[in-house]
Design a binder for this molecule. Structure first.
Ligand code: NAD
Length: 467
């Protein structure tokens, strides 16, 4: 990190699903790496390309969150160590960090029989997030959804993931959806997200089968091999396996996997993806892919891959990367969907390339940009930006305030109020290095459209006419 950007700070990571496998591995992993007990294997932000991005150091991260179960984090970590997910002895070595994070976990919801309406739930969740920032003296906090996968939302009512996402906006916190759940994708939150002046990213972390697909799909396309069918089966246990035993939740997960093939190959080949819950496997996932393709003169060939991964160990370093990148984006005043983080997701927000290599190039360029930008103000804590928005009262806080001022009205009404009355905070604001934060609907859209068009063109070129 450059000298001008290094300073003691504390940055919050508010985990929705804070007592789950991924969340517990995030907290334990951050403590283990910070203490020098383990190297940061799997953390892209700890590689040389990201040294000068001005990212908050791992030692500055403070954890808290919401969950609906009350198993203490140290006990959860012991269970993960017993299952071989965490190294034996690690929970004891970092007991104080686990206890500190446990103290910052609040009861989420809605619990069965909870009589609070949507507005009350959002207000309660947002109050917990704001208290966390104040109590811990944080510069800002990033909200990351790692709760159980929900079925796709239907109708106007907000699913829990969307209530938390709305609460994050209201609390002035950038938001990351690491799950396939609806989160900020709910139609009644779209205007609110856009007007909030906050950066956000998602959705559904890309850790195994889809990671392979985003690397192999471009290979077939670039070598002009015609993929006829791509079928996959996943066997997994743990909480995620149980949640995905619900066909509706599995459908949410599988749509992201299919999107990667459609985007990299140019069309969806035959074949389906299945997810089977096998509780005996615990956190270990086996993903098998069977790819039937044609070579020169129609010669038929097959590639099979078997991925055996420990889900939480794959996911946790990505969550830490995302929290740091999004916190830094927030610090620089960037707003809106961070499509540059598509490298991490199955179903990235905004227009972004789907091929892993291109996604990495975009991420690296984004990291360079973060390093060149200064600080535009302590947006999360103070709700202010450098420049006219700070004085006028427009800005991220204007977005949050509109929700607060909605007098208990619907989220949709609050969103309307935002879009009618205030501009998207931070858009076009002058940053401290003299550059300008990109309007989400303009600057980034060009790059995204180009990237996606390139990816599709390559896919089409290689995939041939027959699919
Ligand atoms: N591990 C991976 O490789 C990976 C990759 C991509 C996405 N994900 C997603 O990450 C999420 C977490 O996975 P996991 O293995 O940690 O699952 P898990 O079942 O171990 O943990 C989920 C946690 O969410 C909590 N929760 C459920 N409903 C809640 C609510 N309304 N409010 C607050 N908390 C709630 C549960 O109590 C549980 O503690 C899943 O949605 C999964 O699909 C994981």
């Amino acid at each position: 990190m450059s000298a001008s950007l290094s300073r003691p700070i504390r940055v919050g990571v508010w985990l929705i699903g804070a007592r789950g496998s991924v969340a517990t591995t995030v907290v334990a992993g951050c403590a283990a790496v910070t203490a020098g007990l383990h190297p940061p294997t799997g953390m892209v932000t700890e590689t040389p390309d990201f040294t000068d991005c001005g990212l908050p150091p791992l030692s500055s991260l403070v954890f808290g969150g919401h969950d609906t179960v009350d198993c203490p984090l140290p006990k959860r970590a012991e269970a993960l160590a017993a299952g071989g997910v965490l190294p034996p002895g690690l929970p004891a070595a970092i007991a104080s960090e686990l206890t500190a994070a446990d103290r910052e976990i609040r009861t989420g919801g809605p619990a069965p029989g909870d009589s609070r309406d949507e507005e009350n739930l959002i207000a309660a969740f947002a109050a917990d997030m704001r208290d966390f920032v104040r109590r811990c003296g944080l510069e800002r906090a990033v909200v990351v959804n790692v709760a159980s996968t929900e079925p796709p939302a239907t109708g106007a009512s907000l699913p829990p993931s969307s209530l938390y996402a709305a609460a994050a906006l209201r609390a002035g916190c950038p938001y990351v959806n690491f799950t396939p759940s609806t989160g900020l994708h709910h139609p009644s939150l779209a205007a609110l997200a856009e007007a909030s002046g906050l950066p956000y990213a998602g959705r559904d972390g890309k850790t195994g089968q889809t990671l392979l697909r985003s690397a192999l799909g471009p290979m077939f396309a670039q070598r002009a091999l015609a993929v006829r069918a791509w079928s996959g089966t996943n066997l997994l246990g743990g909480g995620d396996g149980a949640a995905l035993a619900d066909p509706a939740a599995a459908a949410a997960k599988n749509s992201g996997k299919e999107r990667v093939l459609a985007d990299t190959l140019g069309s969806v080949p035959q074949g389906e993806v299945h997810i089977d819950d096998v509780p005996a496997l615990g956190d270990w996932k086996t993903a098998w892919d069977h790819i039937a393709f044609d070579g020169f003169l129609g010669t038929r060939m097959i590639l099979q891959t078997i991925w055996q991964g420990c889900d939480s160990a794959l996911a946790a370093p990505l969550v830490l990367d995302l929290a740091r990148l999004v916190a830094r984006a927030h610090e620089t005043g960037l707003t809106g969907p961070l499509s540059e983080l598509g490298f991490y997701f199955k179903d990235p927000v905004g227009e972004a390339p789907s091929a892993l290599g291109e996604q990495y190039a975009v991420l690296r360029e984004f990291g360079g940009r973060l390093g060149r930008l200064g600080r535009s103000g302590q947006v999360g804590r103070l709700g202010r930006l450098k420049g006219p928005a700070a004085e006028s009262g427009d800005g991220p806080r204007a977005g949050a305030a509109a929700l607060q001022d909605s007098g208990g009205g619907s989220v949709a009404a609050a969103a309307r109020k935002l879009t009618d009355g205030s501009r998207a905070a931070g858009v076009g604001e002058e940053l401290t290095d003299g550059s300008v934060a990109q309007p989400q609907a303009q600057g980034r859209a060009q790059g995204r459209a180009q990237g996606r068009a390139q990816g599709r063109a390559q896919g089409r070129a290689g995939a041939g006419e027959e699919r």
